[in-house]
Design a protein around this ligand. Structure first.
Ligand code: ADP
Length: 540
């Protein structure tokens, strides 16, 4: 029994050493892992000293190892508390308490080497030597285990109730490990007071605690724990074969044991290499996933901000344009009164100047109207007054209204419409007129010479309005961007200075609001353009 117990204590020490070291190497950037490593080191000192105590042949040796055991045990509570507070991210807030804890711990650590702590050893149960608790040790139990550890546990439970998600799990594992480690370890105390009714098998709970603790420390990377376990087993296998090699008695035994050890060594190396590669790959993937997540979060944040800004801008545009409308109407009104002679006769040059003022004001009214439409569309406030009407009437109307512009530009015009047919659509007449007028006006503006051809056709429930010009044309790569807000082709400024780049955007949105389509085609720069509007024919 003693033998099994002694070896189990050694294994516990090895567990603490390897898990502590592994967690530290794996996650050294994380401060809390450092405290876990320190805690593991204290537990390891405690375990190794205990192992040597159990293996001692005389009372004097046993007593010295008991003192080292007590020395290691003294640091367990404070390292544990530091780790817990660090995981809970409240270490800064409790820094006075921690400082106080360290001071007292160092005093106890010095005491632990005196007889005040462990005055001697005595046989109990199946142990030939077991440390006897002195009053110093009792004081330490009260301060360290009842004070620090219990306090840490209370903070942990509070943290567990307060946190959610991954953190909650981490804290949960920490609590479980604490019960195993401290609950199991506390079973030793009664024996130190000569009370042997409690069996010291809490050791096996302590043995399991590094697994649970390190799971909490390296943030539940289960595979990593599997890796440590594999490495540990491979190491143990090697130790066993080395021992059996040493214990070999005959030449044949030597031969086979050497051969076996060779195999095991090769196997171990291959295994470790494979594991290393897997870890590296996994880390790379994790890194990528993390980056991706971060980029996504950034994008989402930017998107939300953009949407808010857009909303703000729409509201601003709507407010500003409403305010501009009034003064514009006044300018137009007074200009027209001046021209008509309501304020007395004016000379021809003044009349011309006032005329220019009126036309400019009129252009501004259109621009302001466009801005208002855009903000209405963006705020989802655009309303359509739907009525069934014949599109050919509307096309003729637009043509006659823009005829003066066309003549001024010296362009030819052909209109191809079958007058015997009806081109009924169920639409908002004002909006459709606005779109057609805009596209027609564009063709005039962007055609320095030549002619414009307008056509209206219908087929299988669709009505198609098309307009073809011999103008500046549109580069192929610009066509897809043409209908975007504020989009103007590179050379648009040269041909037509006044322009907002909103006309086609509005055309697209308004036609979309009618479940129709609008698109452009062009063979390229200098080769003219064609614009199409397709609408559904009204039923019945
Ligand atoms: P604006 O005419 O105010 O610039 P639009 O949205 O009406 O804005 O048109 C966007 C751009 O599309 C124009 O700036 C011009 O580059 C191009 N475009 C429109 N119609 C034509 C056309 N008929 N021929 C060549 N380019 C055109």
């Amino acid at each position: 029994m003693l033998e099994i117990y002694t070896w189990s204590v050694l294994i516990t020490g090895i567990f603490f050493t390897s898990f502590g070291a592994f967690a530290y190497v794996k996650n050294s950037r994380d401060v809390s892992t450092k405290y876990f490593a320190l805690l593991s080191a204290a537990f390891a000192v405690w375990s190794y000293a205990w192992f040597l105590l159990l293996a001692s042949k005389d009372a004097v040796t046993a007593l010295s190892f008991s003192k080292i055991l007590a020395f290691g045990a003294t640091f367990i509570p404070i390292f544990y508390l530091s780790w817990v507070l660090s995981v809970l991210e409240i270490k800064e807030k409790r820094k006075h308490l921690i400082f106080f804890g360290y001071v007292i711990t160092f005093i106890f650590a010095l005491l632990s080497l005196t007889d005040f702590y462990i005055p001697g050893v005595r046989p109990i149960l199946f142990f030939p030597f077991w440390p006897v608790a002195g009053s110093g040790f009792t004081a330490f139990i009260v301060f360290g285990y009842i004070g620090l550890v219990l306090y840490a546990l209370i903070e942990l439970i509070r943290g567990f109730l307060h946190h959610t998600g991954d953190k909650k799990y981490q804290i949960g594992y920490l609590i479980l490990g604490s019960f195993l480690g401290f609950g199991g370890g506390a079973v030793n105390f009664p024996l130190m007071y000569g009370y042997d009714a409690v069996q010291p098998f809490g050791l096996f709970a302590v043995m399991a605690s590094p697994f649970v603790f390190s799971y909490a420390a390296i943030k539940y990377k289960l595979l990593d724990i599997k890796v440590v376990a594999t490495q540990f087993l491979a190491g143990a296998l090697n130790v066993i074969f080395i021992i059996s090699l040493i214990l070999s008695k005959t030449a044949t035994q030597y031969f086979f044991n050497t051969l076996l050890l060779g195999f095991v060594l090769v196997f171990t190396i291959l295994l470790l290499r494979g594991i290393k590669r897997e870890i590296e790959q996994r880390e790379k993937i994790e890194e990528l996933a993390k980056n991706l997540e971060k980029t996504n979060r950034d994008l989402e944040g930017a998107n939300v901000r953009l949407q808010e800004l857009d909303q703000l801008k729409s509201e601003f545009v709507s407010l500003a344009t409403h305010q501009i409308r009034g003064p514009l109407t006044a300018i137009k009104g007074y200009a027209s009164l001046l021209i008509e002679g309501d304020y007395g006769k004016i000379s021809a040059p003044v009349k011309e100047a006032v005329n220019t003022i009126m036309h400019s004001a009129q252009s501004l009214v259109v621009v302001v109207g466009d801005f208002l439409d855009v903000s209405r569309i963006e705020q989802g406030r655009m309303k359509y007054d739907l009525k069934v009407f014949d599109l050919k009437g509307l096309v003729h109307e637009v043509v006659s209204e823009l005829k003066p512009n066309l003549d001024r530009a010296g362009l030819g015009l052909t209109v191809t419409i079958d007058e015997s047919l009806e081109y009924s659509i169920d639409a908002d007449r004002v909006k459709i007129k606005q779109v057609i007028a805009n596209i027609f006006d564009n063709s005039i503006k962007y055609t320095p010479k030549g002619s414009i051809a307008i056509a209206l056709t219908k087929a299988s429930g669709k009505i198609l309005f098309s307009i073809k010009d011999t103008g500046i044309g549109i580069p192929k790569d610009t066509i897809p961007k043409l209908f975007a807000k504020f989009s103007r082709a590179k050379d648009a400024n040269e041909t037509n200075i006044i322009g907002t780049g909103l006309g086609l955007y509005l055309a697209k949105e308004l036609i979309k609001g009618h479940n129709g389509r609008v698109w452009a085609e062009s063979e390229g720069q200098g080769k003219g353009s064609q614009f199409y509007i397709e609408l559904n024919e009204a039923e019945g």
